[in-house]
Ligand binder design. Structure first.
Ligand code: ARG
Length: 582
């Protein structure tokens, strides 16, 4: 619908060009907004205001000329000019109904790929395996997953890449410690069941025992030289660490599996070639023994050139080298049209440099869109980076357990007739959903404060509110004893509340498009919250089971069923399962 109206506005602009009212070289970006205030119509455009100045016209007069030049159509019911020259557009109700009837028939609710289906690589989660996943990995993991699911719904081929860090120098000390633990014939697997503690123990020895530190360093050299014994120790460690990650993914309801792991080490054999290619392209400079690239685009605060180091003096490769190899792999082997990186915003400079260099070195064709979708930091109530009670980093697994515990207390406090098993299930869904939703509903690019009380609240834009809203809509069908999927009647719009709800429902595909293009799951959260609100008002004003006549009842049931399906689809995209009762 939105697209359709944009096309109509474009046609009006073209018409005004033919008439000589607008000059032939103006090419405005036509943008429609959904006004908050319903009295401003369904869509609003500032097109006339944008064009007025270059056309030397009064914006309100130009708005009228645009309206007059719109081609005949049955989408727009009415146009008004408001304020300094906004064009407010009301849509023909019948067209909204047609769209919803079509969505009803479609298992994807009318969501389809805008344009061609693409191959889209999405790099997300990507923790370092030396330690256990902590709260800092939450955002990449769940934001990435929501974007991936959204792109899939649109019909794109999505390739998940979990670019785990498994090859840093820290592995030296971990292997040295493993060696000793094994010698004492303690159960290594058992010790590694708590990676965080294992890492701390290794680090402590590394800092305190020179002999241990030396051994750690030589183990890294051996490992990187392909020594069998070191590799087998390392594999054992990586395997256990990945199993920890998988446990967290499964609890979070994130779709990542072992098959999506494309570790840093997988690029090892490419790295010499990358350095050679940079040298052959004349981009490489030796600086204090290290191999670097200096790009004019990147300067420090004092205007000093900033290097991208690709090989250290001792021959070792770096994070950037691996990322250059990964860009090439994504372009050449995966044939990506888009490569999305859901990584902490503090790595913006790194990705900027990698993307610019990758293009210069022809590792990525112009046609491949490289997109860093950065995110902000999770803060504690003190506005400092979120810490556990003892001041350390919070393991993600512990955070999720705490969420379930708090949710269970909440569920148990609402005296209900749920069995203990049912309570535990509800608590687990609500707990995890609350943590995820609190994060996904914030603008990805900002920092946010992690707050148990608000995320577990039934009021406001929260998971409990939405999950509860879903059970309310579903209960209509239970009460009526009607199967949601077998409804036959047609949608009719009789009053303000049902029209409002219908309008909201019709907006779903637009929201999906903007989430997919911009990688902003919070658009979807905000939408679901508004949809639930529109349903509440509708439910209060429009009796469903006691409607005046059968046709009205059927229409209202269908609107309710579409609401349930849209809420469920939306929550599924966020990786949140629904509950039948809570
Ligand atoms: N392992 C990195 C970290 O924890 C994130 C990797 C992101 N992906 C990438 N291709 N660099 O900071």
């Amino acid at each position: 619908m939105k697209q359709h109206i944009e096309v109509l506005l474009q046609a009006a602009v073209d018409e005004l060009k033919t008439q000589g009212i607008l000059s032939a070289d103006v090419t405005p970006r036509i943008q429609l907004d959904r006004p908050r205030d319903k009295s401003h119509g369904d869509f609003a455009s500032n097109l006339a205001m944008m064009l007025a100045k270059p056309a030397k016209k009064n914006p309100r007069e130009l708005a009228q000329a645009i309206i007059d030049a719109l081609p005949a159509n049955d989408v727009i019911a009415k146009c008004d000019i408001a304020g300094p020259g906004f064009i407010n557009i009301s849509v023909n109700h019948q067209r909204i109904i047609d769209q919803l009837e079509a969505a009803w028939q479609d298992e994807n609710l009318g969501v389809s790929a805008s344009g061609e289906s693409q191959t889209i690589v999405i790099d997300y989660s990507s923790p370092n395996l030396a330690k256990e996943m902590h709260v800092g990995h939450l955002r990449s993991t769940i934001i990435g997953d929501a974007i991936a699911r959204t792109l899939e719904l649109q019909g794109h081929t999505v390739v998940r890449q979990n670019h785990v860090g498994d090859w840093g120098t820290q592995f030296g000390m971990l292997l040295a410690h493993m060696e000793d633990v094994q010698k004492e014939s303690t159960d290594v697997a058992l010790q590694l069941s708590d990676l965080e503690t294992f890492y701390k123990a290794a680090k402590k020895r590394f800092d305190a025992e020179p002999e241990f530190a030396d051994r750690a360093r030589s183990l890294v050299v051996k490992l990187q030289g392909g020594d069998d014994y070191c590799l087998s120790l390392w594999r054992q460690f990586i395997d256990i660490s990945l199993a920890h990650c998988q446990e967290v993914y499964d609890r979070l309801g994130v779709k990542l599996t072992r098959d999506d792991v494309m570790a840093e080490s997988a690029y090892n054999d490419e790295l010499h070639g990358i350095v050679k290619l940079l040298r052959d392209s004349g981009l490489l400079v030796e600086d204090q023994g290290a191999q670097c690239v200096f790009l004019d685009e990147f300067k420090g605060k004092e205007g000093e050139p900033l290097p991208i180091i690709v090989q250290k003096k001792d021959g070792g490769f770096l994070y950037a080298t691996t990322d250059l190899a990964a860009v090439r792999y994504r372009a050449e082997k995966l044939h990506a049209d888009r490569a999305i990186y859901v990584v902490d915003a503090r790595q913006a400079l790194h990705f900027n440099q990698i993307f610019t260099l990758a293009r210069k070195a022809k590792l990525a064709p112009e046609s491949l869109s490289l997109e860093h979708m950065g995110f902000g930091v999770v803060l504690g109530k003190d506005n400092k980076p979120f810490k556990s009670r003892d001041g350390g980093v919070t393991k993600l697994a512990d955070l999720l357990t705490e969420a379930e515990r708090r949710a269970l207390a909440l569920v148990a406090s609402k005296n209900s007739d749920f069995s203990a098993d049912e309570q535990a299930h509800i608590a687990s869904v609500v707990g995890i959903a609350s943590v995820k939703y609190a994060d996904l509903s914030k603008n990805r690019t900002s920092d946010y404060v992690f707050d148990w009380d608000t995320m577990l609240s039934f009021d406001g834009n929260t998971a409990p509110y939405l999950l509860y809203a879903f059970t309310r809509v579903s209960s209509v069908f239970q009460k009526a004893g009607v199967d949601m999927h077998s409804l036959q009647g047609a949608i009719r719009l009789d009053n303000e509340q049902d029209t409002n709800l219908a309008n909201k429902l019709a907006q779903f595909p637009e929201i999906i498009t903007s989430v997919a293009n911009k990688g902003m799951p919070h658009f979807l959260c905000g939408y679901l919250f508004e949809l639930a609100g529109a349903f509440s008002s509708f439910y209060e004003a429009c009796p469903i089971l006691n409607a005046d006549d059968e046709a009205t009842k059927q229409s209202r049931l269908k609107l309710a069923a579409l609401t349930a399906r849209t809420l469920e689809q939306g929550l599924t995209l966020l990786g949140i399962p629904t509950l039948k009762r809570m």
